[in-house]
Design a binder for this molecule. Structure first.
Ligand code: GLA
Length: 385
């Protein structure tokens, strides 16, 4: 949607023009899946698809919110009283952000909000993190809190953990807040240090959404986290970040089969992220392919978060690209999207193969996005006429 249309919608809803805009992107994770909540390594990049929030401070203590995706619906609550969940699922992300800002002792101010997003929803590209971070950007700016992008990301994670009851790690919110154009970020989730890794000019990032309807994502996700925590505790360590293959072998008799497999995934995936960072720097497609294939197999067999549709899509795209590309599932799993890295000339091979084979095999139609790495959170005042 054009900016002009969005601004005029704001004016129509609130009878005044917007003051400013907060923009936060979705993300695609290149490698390092289900490692963040074990304090491991991840290598995501922000997308150019983003959530935009137009806003204008109000004189009272109310937060009023409309979304272009849900016309006719609105949510409204006061920042003075206790903040609880409301009837609107999407409105709860704004309530959740207000809740965690208040809990942290920050002053909130009344504001009119209009949300618009082109981040594909429900396929593991972090549309909810983009919303949390964009809203964090609004609250930070209007109350002049001076928070860092990292602090806003941590508040977004708290919103997800404590208000939405998804015990996610920090990857999605951190990359949405700190992403850098044309770069992936190697994030060390133990101390949140980041290193920007330039994405080679000739590398295309192709996301294929399986459109498989995800079920029980929240509960299964939380169960995986519990498996990891129990494995760590039985190994006598706080988090799996510090586990080694030798420690895992020693602890095997004490671990359940699932705990063993989850820990095996995390230990091997962390090593793959470090190797993939080197491969990306060297634009080494053979190494990227080997590592991304290894990641997918581990997520399928050890972590058990793939489904036949995403396994099938990975097979279709990998066969179409052969030695010219690297493919794996991306995001939390249980459906969602896969990511392919290849040269621009080979993107059509993916499109053709998916078109010819995916529906025939799974009775589903996939959406394909050819992406570039975008920038993290930006908050900008708007020029008033
Ligand atoms: C979801 C979570 C992240 C991360 C991924 C899996 O996107 O929000 O914190 O755990 O799943 O890598």
């Amino acid at each position: 949607m054009s900016f002009e249309l969005l601004s005029s919608k704001f004016e129509e809803l609130y009878q005044q023009p917007a003051d400013a805009i907060s923009i936060a992107p979705g993300r695609v994770n290149l490698i390092g899946e289900h490692t963040d909540y074990s304090d491991g390594f991840v290598l995501p990049c922000a997308l150019e698809y983003a959530t935009r929030v137009l806003y204008r401070p109000r004189a009272d203590d109310k937060i009023v919110v409309h979304s272009m995706s849900y016309p006719g619906e609105k949510d409204e609550f006061s920042v003075s009283g206790d903040i609880a969940k409301g009837d609107s699922q999407w409105g709860n992300y704004i309530r959740g952000m207000a809740f965690v800002f208040k809990r942290a002792g920050f002053t909130l101010k009344g504001v009119d909000l209009l949300i618009e997003s082109d981040v594909p929803q429900g396929c593991g590209l972090s549309s909810s993190a983009a919303l949390e971070v964009a809203i964090g950007g609004v609250f930070n700016t209007i109350a002049e809190l001076g928070l860092s992008a990292q602090r806003i990301a941590l508040l977004g994670q708290e919103c997800e953990n404590d208000f939405m009851d998804i015990k996610c790690g920090i990857m999605d919110q951190l990359i949405s807040a700190e992403g850098e154009k044309s770069h992936a970020l190697l994030i060390d989730c133990e101390n949140l240090k980041t290193e920007a890794i330039s994405i080679p000019e000739d590398l295309s990032i192709v996301i294929v959404n399986s459109n498989y309807k995800r079920k029980l994502v929240g509960s299964e996700y939380n169960n995986r986290r519990i498996d990891c925590e129990q494995a760590a505790s039985k190994m006598g360590i706080k988090v799996l970040r510090s586990a080694t293959m030798a420690m895992l072998a020693d602890a095997k008799p004490q671990l359940s089969e699932n705990e063993y497999k989850r820990a095996h995934h995390v230990i091997t995936e962390n090593a793959r992220v470090i190797a993939a960072t080197v491969a990306l720097k060297n634009n080494d497609m053979d190494a990227l392919r080997e590592l991304m294939t290894g990641s997918h197999v581990s997520l399928r067999d050890d972590f058990e978060v793939t489904v036949p549709a995403t396994d099938g899509l990975v097979n279709i795209c990998q066969a179409a690209l052969g030695e010219r590309g690297a493919v794996r599932m991306t995001g939390g799993g249980f459906g969602g999207a896969i990511v392919c890295l290849c040269r621009a000339d080979d993107v059509d091979a993916i499109k053709t193969a998916v078109e010819e084979q995916y529906y025939a095999q799974f009775n589903l139609t996939a959406d394909i996005y050819v992406c570039k790495a975008g920038h993290g959170l930006t908050v900008q005042a708007l020029a008033t006429a």
